[in-house]
Design a protein around this ligand. Structure first.
Ligand SMILES: *[C@@H]1O[C@H](CO)[C@@H](O)[C@H](O)[C@H]1NC(C)=O
Ligand SMILES: *[C@@H]1O[C@H](CO)[C@@H](O)[C@H](O)[C@H]1NC(C)=O
Length: 391
């Protein structure tokens, strides 16, 4: 006989067992669930860190590269010119000009007309200050490409590195190179430019459209002016309008023994720069315009210095070099075609691009630095010129 109480107890006990096993099962699943959740979390975090770190790297590299490349390939026009909204459209426009026969140059076969878009002698000076070189007889000419409306940049340069006409006994001439404005107020602007030139006698203007994609034309017109209107100068420099230039250090450099008097091009050297093939980049150059994947060695467009025998050679050789809109690389191409080598400056660290901020001691030692604004130029220059040792 079984005691009913025992039955109850056994039942109770069984019940306890079942409950326990259910509970165990439950906690078992619970454990696995938590484990899997944790695993997922760990994997996710791992993945994210890995991918984001590589993304960061490529991002910052990309950014660095972009900034670098922007300096590499761009003349410093005011912000309005920096991003050209019609980039693609205009490029298409240029490409369309490839085929149609043109009446531009009688000496050139019609199919070659396109090659001559950068040929300086297709354009004509509308302001040329022919007498300035004869009267000044400069040793060095600073040629500054600048947008027609950018009076602020010109005035800042006139007050700073462009104001010294005599540096260490050598005559230095500063001139500004403009194309034709394509804005709405063309006539008024042109009138103001005339007045500005009457006052300063330092504007050179040619009749090409002053746009971002025409910068190679601008450079080649500078070369033409130097070759034909100022052949007696010893050296010239193409320098952008947003630059700090330590003109004293430049003159010291040019008078060092061993600096070549001919076939000399120096500045910040660029080796093996890849051609940008991404169509929405402003430095995009099509394979049709420039087939190689890298540019020949060239000097960064912010400021390069050359012996004044070169401009005439550039203009001549440019007849046979297909133009592309990267002006400094185009000059590199001219050097290559001429069979000439770009020369490293005596102290390469003097040609600087990015600056992290003003430092009087540092600015007293360099030749170039890229600045953010005309106000910066005036401010830094004034500080640099105050009495007292800079270092
Ligand atoms: C250039 O410097 C001289 C003094 O050396 C000064 O009188 C003149 O105003 C300066 N020119 C400009 C445009 O600031
Ligand atoms: C470059 O200048 C030429 C001559 O003025 C003009 O015909 C052409 O449209 C300009 N190109 C661009 C892209 O502005």
């Amino acid at each position: 006989m079984v005691d009913p109480e025992t039955v109850v107890r056994v039942k109770w006990f069984k019940r306890q067992l079942v409950d326990k096993s259910i509970h165990q099962k439950k906690s078992f699943f619970h454990f696995w669930f938590q484990f899997l959740l944790l695993l997922c979390l760990v994997l996710f975090v791992l993945f994210y860190t890995l991918s984001s770190s590589s993304r960061w790297e490529s991002f910052s590299l990309h950014k660095h590269y972009q900034r670098w490349f922007s300096r590499t390939n761009q003349i410093n026009l005011p912000p309005a010119y920096k991003v050209h909204p019609k980039h693609k459209v205009i490029l298409n426009e240029i490409q369309q000009t490839t085929s149609p026969p043109s009446t531009v140059l009688p000496t050139v076969a019609p199919t070659d007309a396109y090659y001559h878009q950068a040929y300086a002698r297709n354009y004509h000076f509308t302001m040329e200050n022919t007498e300035v070189c004869k009267t000044m007889n400069p040793f060095l000419v600073l040629m500054v490409p600048v947008a027609p409306h950018n009076v602020a940049a010109r005035d800042a340069i006139r007050q700073t590195w462009g104001n010294n006409s005599l540096v260490q006994g050598k005559v230095v001439l500063t001139l500004f190179m403009l194309g034709l404005s394509s804005g709405a107020d063309v006539e008024q602007l042109q009138e103001r430019l005339k007045q500005e030139n009457l006052q300063h006698h330092d504007l050179i203007q040619s009749d090409f459209r002053d746009t971002y994609l025409n910068l190679t034309i601008k450079t080649m017109v500078i070369m033409d002016w130097l070759a034909t209107r100022c052949p007696t100068a010893a050296y010239a420099m193409k320098i952008d309008s947003d630059m700090f230039l330590n003109i004293d250090n430049l003159l010291i450099m040019l008078q060092k023994p061993g600096i070549p008097k001919t076939n000399y091009l120096t500045g910040m050297l660029m080796w093996n720069r890849p051609v940008v093939r991404s169509k929405n980049s402003k430095w995009y150059v099509s394979e049709e315009l420039y087939p190689d994947s890298t540019y020949p060695t060239y000097t960064l467009g912010m400021g390069y210095v050359f012996s004044n025998d070169l401009p005439g050679k550039y203009v001549e050789i440019s007849k046979s070099i297909k133009p592309f809109n990267i002006e400094d690389a185009y000059i590199g191409m001219c050097m290559k075609k001429l069979g000439l080598e770009v020369t490293s400056p005596p102290d390469p660290s003097q040609f600087r691009a990015y600056n992290t901020g003003y430092n009087r001691c540092e600015y007293s030692k360099v030749i170039t630095y890229i600045l953010g604004s005309s106000q910066e130029l005036v401010k830094y220059w004034t500080d640099l010129k105050k009495p007292g040792p800079p270092c």
